[in-house]
Design a protein around this ligand. Structure first.
Ligand code: SAH
Length: 521
């Protein structure tokens, strides 16, 4: 079955569980709905790999913000209803399973009460999967024939505590605690005081199935120390009971079985994975050295390609902030939003504009109110949204040193007094150029250029190594994909022959289509 065959209904909300974090553990239905949705509301729990696969422009972040405040549940409920009523296909994405400590039940009730059609798409819950992938079965014929899932969020000494630790201590099965890293000392003590054997095995599994997965093991008495030694942080599950000790006996086998996960973690930390598989095409990617390059590497591996990560863009902050006397301030990137916050920018009465939802979300995450987002998320879309209102106004465009002239010219034509603040420069990282060497040696099968600057920086890196001509010849022989028309034009100006322009300007599309094209040759 092809996941893309399952289509979402307009006006419907899908309460989708994303599983513990490895994209391989998304359900087929979840994946299809994510591809088809008009808007995806999510927080951080689905994990960086799954979030990295989502199309930025269709995502809305509704989790905790940097300042600690979060979008309230009632605000989320209202947004779900509003989007559905506007005929959107809405995905509410939750880590694990939405109905396991995921407030999915409340969302379902609210939607039902408001007459909004919805569907529940179960996910693989971390409560079972995180222990499983490190070798802990939550039930076992010999040790545990029942399992309780409990929240560790509450203070066990609270008299009105919803969790009856005394009863759990007596019940005898496995106890899996979610949200229980911080209060681990409190509930392990409560269990001991209720008569549970202090030698009972306990395991903590942090970020199960994520590349940063960590485990700490001990007993009811020693686990707090083990937690601090390993440095376990949320999200993690605590498994209490004899099953926590079975891990040792299956570990050797599991480590082999889960080699793909281990490999991926290494690829993220140490650059390209060495592979002996001659069939996998080597594909150069030039995304910045942050989540974007790790996500690019993961995606290419999933496409059975051998990634050659060679970041060609790095951000160098100028520390500048927008002029304080502007009527409008326009932001065009998430990076810009983060940098003004870092520089302590405080807007006064300005109208704050964002080029698209990802920038708007980043601004909001920093605590700024966003007044305007255009219907089309491009520079010309912004001009269209502003041109009727900015005549005679002071407009501050706050962005990188490589912004397109379209925005400045369009706003000036509309009669605005335009000023540009360069918040950051996009520079070429010092040791970039590994992919140019591979190209020069004829060992690169494909390259994915994500902006004009990545093309220019690639060629600069080659020139610096005095292999510009050889690298160009290598690209000629390889499959060259570009993210959009402007990048194609820049490539053409520099004599780089482009084989394909992505059918949609997202990295995922570009990568998929480029890898596919290498297989057609
Ligand atoms: N609906 C989610 C649980 C949400 S409550 C599910 O079914 O998995 C949040 C808690 O889930 C975290 O505090 C942590 O205890 C657990 N959790 C979520 N993802 C996890 C992961 N990948 N590894 C370990 N614990 C995880």
């Amino acid at each position: 079955m092809d996941a893309r065959d399952i289509e979402a209904e307009p006006g419907t909300v899908y309460l989708v569980g994303s599983g513990p974090g490895d994209p391989g553990l998304l359900t087929v239905r979840a994946k299809a709905l994510l591809e088809d949705a008009d808007v995806i509301l999510h927080d951080r729990l689905p994990g960086p790999k799954i979030i990295g696969m989502l199309p930025d422009e269709r995502c809305e972040y509704v989790g905790k913000h940097a300042q600690g405040e979060r979008t309230t549940q009632s605000e989320i409920n209202d947004r779900l209803v509003e989007y559905a009523r506007n005929g959107k296909k809405v995905v509410r994405l939750k880590g694990g399973d939405s109905f396991v400590f995921g407030r999915g039940g409340e969302e379902a009730e609210y939607l039902a009460n408001h007459g909004v059609p919805f569907e529940v798409v179960p996910g693989v819950t971390s409560a079972i999967a995180a222990p499983a992938v490190v070798g802990i079965p939550v039930t076992h014929r010999d040790y545990a024939s029942s399992v309780s899932f409990v929240t560790g969020h509450e203070d066990p000494s609270k008299t009105e505590s919803a969790v009856d630790w005394e009863a759990l201590a007596e019940a005898g099965g496995t106890i899996v605690v979610l949200m229980g890293v911080k209060r681990l000392p409190d509930y392990t003590r409560a269990l001991r005081e209720a008569g549970m054997d202090p030698e009972t095995p306990v395991a903590l599994v942090e970020r199960g199935t994520w590349p940063q997965q960590q485990v700490a093991t001990g007993t009811l008495e020693t686990i707090v120390e083990a937690r601090d030694e390993v440095g376990i942080k949320p999200p993690a599950v605590t498994v209490i009971g004899d099953v926590a000790a079975t891990r040792e006996s299956v570990l050797d086998v599991l480590e082999n079985e889960y080699a793909p996960l281990v490999d991926r973690a290494e690829a993220q930390e140490g650059g390209a994975k060495a592979t002996s598989d001659g069939d996998a095409p080597t594909v150069a990617v030039f995304r910045p050295d942050d989540d974007r390059i790790t996500d690019a590497v993961t995606l290419l591996e999933e496409l059975d390609a051998e990634p050659v990560p060679d970041p060609m863009l790095a951000v160098e902050a100028t520390g500048a902030t927008p002029r304080s006397d502007a009527d409008y301030v326009v932001f065009t990137s998430k990076t810009g939003a983060e940098l003004v916050a870092e520089a302590g920018w405080e807007p006064e009465a300005e109208t704050v504009c964002a080029i698209g939802p990802a920038t708007a979300d980043a601004l909001r995450a920093e605590g700024y109110a966003v007044d305007l987002v255009p219907e089309e998320f491009t520079s010309s879309g912004l001009v269209t949204a502003l041109e009727d209102r900015v005549a005679g106004a002071r407009v501050e465009v706050a962005r990188s040193d490589h912004g397109s002239p379209v925005l400045l010219e369009g706003l000036e034509d509309a009669g605005a007094y335009v000023h540009e603040t360069v918040l950051y420069r996009l520079v070429r990282p010092e040791n970039s150029g590994r992919s140019a060497e591979l190209a020069a040696d004829g060992e690169l099968d494909a390259a994915c250029f994500t902006s004009s600057l990545t093309v220019e920086h690639f060629l600069e890196a080659a020139a610096e190594r005095e292999i510009r001509e050889e690298a160009l010849a290598g690209l000629e022989a390889a499959t060259v994909g570009v993210i959009g028309e402007p990048t194609r034009e820049t490539a053409a100006e520099h004599d780089v022959t482009v084989d394909l322009v992505a059918s949609e300007a997202t990295f995922e599309r570009l990568a998929r289509e480029t890898v596919d094209a290498t297989r057609e040759d």
